[in-house]
Ligand binder design. Structure first.
Ligand code: DLL
Length: 433
């Protein structure tokens, strides 16, 4: 039977959810108008005052916020409460420019923890479970978010953080961890290491995994589920909105329920900013309606996905988003063709290769080149040059029919591509250098 952390909220009627959103949006707009001069100016530029926003129907009138606004307003420009009321910051893992710094009051942390608790219960977690949190702790939101959620559910929490894979495995086995939280690429690595140690899925105490923070394909999910003998659930979120737990998967494993009592989701055309009807693919935009310290209105995530309100067999009524294909700024344009790394991953895994690959894009003589290095699975390793050439050609053909583009494929020996303990670096785009 499906269990919920907050059944009255998670299975509320659509009318109830809309009523919460209407009321909270109006309050939030007033809060931001009163306390965030940066956003007030943006509203004034559009000729808006809080009186113009009377319900979610008026949401589209509000100006967007983007990562550029966050950079311009760094560090305190979007803070909506006195600094003395904040108890924590978290920050994005961005490697270029100023990092985003998000602020939290204690109430913000409590709500964030509750969102993560909903995800853990949806993955079957109870206070009988032992939950190993192998996301990074520190400025990254993964560790602190799932840690807070795990406490709320009452799981015995093992805060290993990421890295030291041998120790991860030791704790999973010795302390009988039943739930593993980490990035999907790290889960695959842990699984690979356990397999090498001779552990079979039935010897591993884990029953569920809560994996997110990066795009991962359905094929990778199957792979992880088979190696670890678990059910692998997706979880989504971003630092700007709190962290993990903005949305999470239920037992149906067909998309992630967005916590709509806290976040209003819209899908827009990334080029025109126009709001698109339900079911269209586009850029996900969020308005946080309960956050006190760092409330963002109409924040453009750059993540590309689709929303659906079709009834879910799990009984939750909150809207579902599909797995983001990737960020619109991760999308590669190679010889004019749009390519998402996740499409390449799908082809590789479908053809029996592991998710250990790297995509190298360059420009030679004014022409883009796409090189894909992928490891041979250890059980199918060969050093026969003819056989390697034959397999490479098969992959080139499969990639061409998926992408409409000819790539160069190089099969490399098992273990030659560096493993990730956090978000994997799949793409090296030398054209920008
Ligand atoms: O990655 C928060 C998080 C931690 C989510 C742990 C899930 C689990 P940021 O570092 O700010 O926050 O990165 C946010 O990561 O805009 C997406 O592009 C991507 N992302 C997050 N979750 C998923 C997912 C955390 N499940 C950015 N699938 C987001 C695909 C994801 N992409």
């Amino acid at each position: 039977m499906e269990r919920y952390y907050q059944p009255e909220i998670e299975t509320a009627s659509r009318e109830q959810i809309k009523a919460w959103q209407d009321e909270r949006l109006v309050k939030q707009v007033q809060h931001v108008w009163n306390n965030v001069p940066y956003y007030r100016k943006k509203m004034e530029e559009k000729g808006l005052t809080p009186a113009d926003i009377r319900s979610t129907e008026d949401l589209h009138k509000l100006p967007f916020l983007s990562k550029d606004d966050l950079r311009l307003a760094y560090p305190y420009g979007l803070l909506a409460v006195p600094l003395k009321d904040c108890v924590r910051i978290q920050s994005t893992s961005g490697t270029t420019g100023k990092r985003v710094v998000a602020f939290y009051t204690q109430a913000d942390i409590d709500l964030w923890d509750e969102c993560c608790a909903r995800a853990i219960v949806a993955a079957g977690g109870t206070n009988e479970d032992v939950c190993q949190v192998s996301y990074g702790y520190g400025l990254f939101t993964g560790g602190p978010g799932l840690n807070g959620g795990s406490h709320k559910v009452g799981c015995l929490t093992i805060p290993t953080s990421s890295g030291n894979t041998e120790r991860q495995i030791m704790f999973i086995m010795d302390l009988h961890a039943t739930i593993l939280c980490c990035t999907p690429s790290y889960a695959a690595y842990i699984g690979e290491s356990m397999k090498e140690m001779g552990l079979t899925p039935d010897q591993i105490p884990l029953k569920a995994g809560i994996f997110g923070a990066e795009a991962w394909s359905e094929e990778m999910r199957q792979d992880i589920q088979n190696t670890l003998g678990i059910k692998a659930y997706d979880i989504y979120g971003l630092t700007e909105l709190s962290g993990p737990g903005v949305s999470f998967e239920c037992s149906a494993q067909t998309g992630m329920h967005i916590n709509e009592d806290h976040f209003i989701a819209e899908i827009i055309d990334p080029d025109t900013g126009e709001v698109l009807p339900e079911g269209s693919q586009g850029e996900l935009v969020f308005t946080s309606i309960t956050k006190q310290a760092f409330p963002l209105l109409r924040y453009r995530t750059r993540d590309i996905c689709t929303l659906t309100r079709e009834p879910c067999p799990c009984g939750r009524t909150h809207v579902k988003m599909t797995k983001p294909q990737g960020r619109s700024d991760d999308m590669l344009i190679i010889r004019g063709v749009n390519v998402f790394p996740s499409q390449i991953e799908t082809v590789l895994l479908n053809k029996g290769y592991p998710a250990n690959y790297q995509i190298i894009v360059d420009r030679v003589n004014h022409t883009d080149t796409l090189d894909i290095q992928v490891e041979m699975p250890p059980e199918a390793y060969t050093d026969d040059a003819d056989e390697i050439a034959r397999r490479q050609k098969k992959l080139v053909d499969a990639l061409r029919s998926m992408l409409g583009l000819t790539a160069k494929v190089t099969l490399v020996a098992p273990k030659s591509i560096v493993r990730s303990e956090g978000k994997a670096v799949r793409v090296i785009d030398k054209r920008k250098i």
